[in-house]
Design a protein around this ligand. Structure first.
Ligand code: AMP
Length: 120
């Protein structure tokens, strides 16, 4: 599958420092910051620094170092966010997944019981 990355998306602008963000963790390959419209007491987005549109683009095309760095950031965010009782990760993808920002991001949501994954 062909993945075309739009470098004008809002997370690309965050990575270039063109707009501010509330960073909670950063390493060489990933940035984690608070969602601007939190859906739970903990709502953090983890994004790779590389130009990947979606989770399937990232899984297929990111280097092992980029993938390791991304998941190290996920681990760090979970460790620092007080979500020992559980959390949910979401990677909305393209139209059916209702992905608004075309730069791969993993939502980490927690801090309270979250209910069923999808409405019945
Ligand atoms: P998605 O529908 O999975 O693409 O979700 C995109 C998420 O990005 C939403 O939860 C937005 O609230 C969040 N978002 C959009 N702009 C910003 C921003 N400037 N800083 C932090 N989060 C943002």
């Amino acid at each position: 599958m062909q993945f075309d990355y739009d470098d004008q998306n809002i997370f690309a602008k965050i990575l270039r420092g063109e707009i501010p963000n509330s960073t909670v963790f950063e390493n060489d390959h990933a940035l984690a910051f608070k969602d601007i419209v939190p859906q739970a007491p903990v709502h953090v987005l983890v994004i790779p620094k590389g130009p990947y549109v979606s989770i399937d683009d990232f899984a297929a095309n990111a280097t092992p170092a980029e993938q390791a760095g991304f998941f190290a950031a996920v681990a760090a965010v979970c460790d620092m966010s007080g979500v020992e009782e559980g959390f949910r990760t979401i990677a909305n993808t393209r139209a059916h997944g209702v992905q608004d920002v075309p730069h791969f991001h993993m939502h980490i949501l927690g801090g309270k019981p979250l209910g069923r994954m999808l409405p019945a």
